[in-house]
Design a protein around this ligand. Sequence first.
Ligand SMILES: C[S@@+](CC[C@H](N)C(=O)[O-])C[C@H]1O[C@@H](n2cnc3c(N)ncnc32)[C@H](O)[C@@H]1O
Length: 240
Amino acid sequence: MSDRRLPGADLRTLLRPALPTRSSAQALAEHFIPALLAPRPGATVVDLGCGRGDSVDAFRAVDPSVRWIGVEVGDSEYETRPDVELRIFDGVSLPFEDASVDLVFSKQVLEHVERPHALVADVARVLRPGGIFTGSTSHLEPYHGRSTLNLTPYGMLRLLDVSGLELETIMPGIDGPTLFLRRLLRGPKFFDRYWARRSPFNTGVDAVARLTGWDAEDRNALKLLFCGQYSFVARRPAQG
Ligand SMILES: C[S@@+](CC[C@H](N)C(=O)[O-])C[C@H]1O[C@@H](n2cnc3c(N)ncnc32)[C@H](O)[C@@H]1O
């Protein structure tokens, strides 16, 4: 039963139908990989802003025949591992033909990009019709590692929309208050657990929801309202 006075009810309305209705689990970008690769055997996958390039292991674990290509900017702080295919680009114009890629994966990169609208428009260009853009980015996360911007979940919906991509799913990640505290305390290892396991604010939302009867959409909207990071799946429509 939804509570119309829920903080975040406005966001809930805007993000439907991309909010999960059965669960309000916290998700990392890799969460979606098995379901997205299942209908795309031997897919061409681009990891945009691949960093070290370790996502290749997650993709190959699901489908060893996947063609994984990492893409990075020339002045990256990260050194990409030598056993993967890597292309360096200018941060906007992806080095791929139109409609040639099945899936673009981008984990915690958009918040470091200088021209996100131009870059996401180019993601849409290189995706095949029906292709997928998936990953995660930051909402309420303090400055870190040359980050340039934070995107609200609604900002993400709009960014995708103006690029011709449809948001299919959005899921909360680690909560913002936990990231604030982590930054304030200068990143003690103790906090690392909260990327993979439910973080304290999200635990609190679930506890209150048990008392109030908030459904999964309500919980997702509230967690997204205060999230530090979130994960998403978007699609280039099959037509157009
Ligand atoms: C926080 S790291 C994430 C690396 C990797 N995706 C991971 O999850 O380990 C952000 C990455 O974005 C890259 N980056 C910054 N601007 C970019 C752009 N315009 N296009 C692609 N990658 C960019 C940086 O070089 C850096 O490797």
